[in-house]
Design a protein around this ligand. Structure first.
Ligand SMILES: Nc1nc2c(ncn2[C@@H]2O[C@H](COP(=O)(O)OP(=O)(O)OP(=O)(O)O)[C@@H](O)[C@H]2O)c(=O)[nH]1
Ligand SMILES: [Mg+2]
Length: 409
């Protein structure tokens, strides 16, 4: 069985996680492989592989560990995963807005908003569809009614498919959020009425036309961004830069697991750092990488570039290099050290590899779920073989508070 990390370099208490992940991945790939190799006769179609419920994420080893590899992180509890699943899949998701310009974005001061960034074709829209449980590969050709059957966001094999900032609403609005909004709205209306008494008719008409924030109708807003192409932020859009500098509090950067970070990603990371946007990295197309690795394994060629673990190590190295010495956008505080892996582009794999984990990670970034996981650094009877620092010390920073997730002033 191929193992993503060196087992001996891990505390015994965490080894089972590696074995569990490897087993899931191997089972997943062999089922997938069977379906592609035996698929020539339509009557002998193999049974669908079981949906890979297992979340897939990695944490860096402590920085004083010379091997600098990645540890598979423990899974959130099934109740935590269910809470995130409910937000994304229980109610029908809504297309809230489509905006080509920053100024046409609707106000949002109440609902946590997460934007999904990444180069063209990395799989932003595909992941959004997979998060909703509406299918990954074949997505919608239109928003709205058709979206129910075909997928929510529009995707394409051709780069440059999404050209506007598209906001989707997930889950039910929290009653306390709604109550506070309505209370404030009432107070605001009263103040406006008092003000209107001393205004001319034209001024009153203008006041009525002024755009106002809509009554909150969901628990989470996810914004699908246009992808950036050939290295130029200018090409990518002044409007998106405005979004990041003036509105974004938290972002998910999607990175193709088979390619890694490119020049465009680095430029975007610089912007996220400059505007102190909390950043989570999710690797997409993990299924492709695992499939390639499975083929290499079959021919006895071993892993190339460290597989998924290697892909994570390279992202951490880049983030640490970028963070620099005096940055306020730091490991665990500006960017999340845990990297999640997804493979959402193929419907034959049920809901997609690691999608449940991605749901949870996004909800956690939005402050909607708590991180109740703990790490066991080994006991006196079974001491960790490579004791570098306590695992308690490498736990990430606490989830942002609810207040942090309102938009920037
Ligand atoms: N195998 C695999 N294919 C994927 C995955 N994610 C996306 N794809 C494929 O990659 C292509 C591009 O996906 P999109 O979701 O349209 O990419 P995007 O990032 O939204 O692209 P733009 O809108 O152009 O910025 C589609 O053909 C998807 O089926 C994945 O996780 N695994
Ligand atoms: Mg897209």
């Amino acid at each position: 069985m191929a193992c993503p990390v060196n087992l001996l370099a891990m505390p015994p208490s965490l080894r089972w996680l590696t074995i569990r992940h490897s087993a899931t991945i191997t089972q997943h790939i062999s089922a997938r492989h069977a379906s592609t190799t035996t698929g020539s006769s339509s009557s002998a179609r193999p049974p669908k592989p079981p949906p890979p419920r297992e979340p897939l994420s990695y944490l860096p080893t402590p920085s004083n560990n010379p091997s600098q590899s990645a540890l598979p992180a423990p899974s959130p509890s099934s109740s935590a995963l269910d809470a995130a699943n409910t937000i994304f899949t229980h109610d029908r998701p809504k297309l809230l807005f489509t905006a080509a310009r920053f100024l046409s974005l609707p106000f949002n001061t109440r609902i946590p908003e997460i934007c999904i960034l990444g180069r063209s074709n990395v799989g932003k829209s595909t992941l959004i569809n997979a998060l909703t449980g509406l299918g990954g590969l074949k997505a919608g050709t239109a928003h709205g009614v058709q979206a129910r059957r075909e997928g929510l966001a529009i995707t394409s094999r051709k780069a440059g498919c999404t050209k506007t900032m598209n906001g989707y609403g997930f889950g039910r609005v929290r009653p306390d959020v709604l109550k506070a909004f309505l209370r404030d709205r009432e107070a605001e209306n009263k103040a406006l009425e008092a003000q209107a008494g001393s205004m001319s008719r034209t001024e009153r008409r203008e006041l009525k036309k002024r755009p106002r924030e809509a009554v909150p109708s969901c628990a989470l807003v996810v914004v699908d961004m246009p992808g950036y192409g050939h290295a130029s932020i200018k090409e990518w859009g002044v409007e998106i830069e405005k979004y990041l500098s003036r509105r974004a509090k938290a972002a998910v950067l999607l990175v193709d697991a088979t390619v890694g970070l490119n020049e465009g990603d680095r430029m975007v990371l610089e912007m996220l750092k400059a505007h102190r946007v909390r950043t989570l990295v999710i690797l997409t197309k993990g299924d492709k990488l695992l499939e390639k690795e499975a083929v290499r394994d079959k021919h006895g060629r071993g892993q190339k570039n460290g597989g998924l673990s290697g892909a994570c190590v390279r992202v951490w190295a880049e983030l640490r290099r970028m963070e620099g010495r005096h940055s306020q956008w730091t490991e665990g505080d500006g960017w999340e050290r845990e990297i999640w892996v997804t493979g959402a582009g193929d419907r034959r794999n049920g809901p997609g590899l690691g999608v449940e984990g991605a749901r949870w990670a996004i909800c956690k970034l939005a402050g909607l779920v708590e991180d109740g996981r703990t790490f066991d650094a080994g006991s006196e009877d079974s001491p960790a073989e490579v004791e570098v620092v306590s695992f308690d010390d490498i736990v990430w920073a606490p989830a942002p508070s609810k207040e942090d997730n309102h938009i920037k002033a």
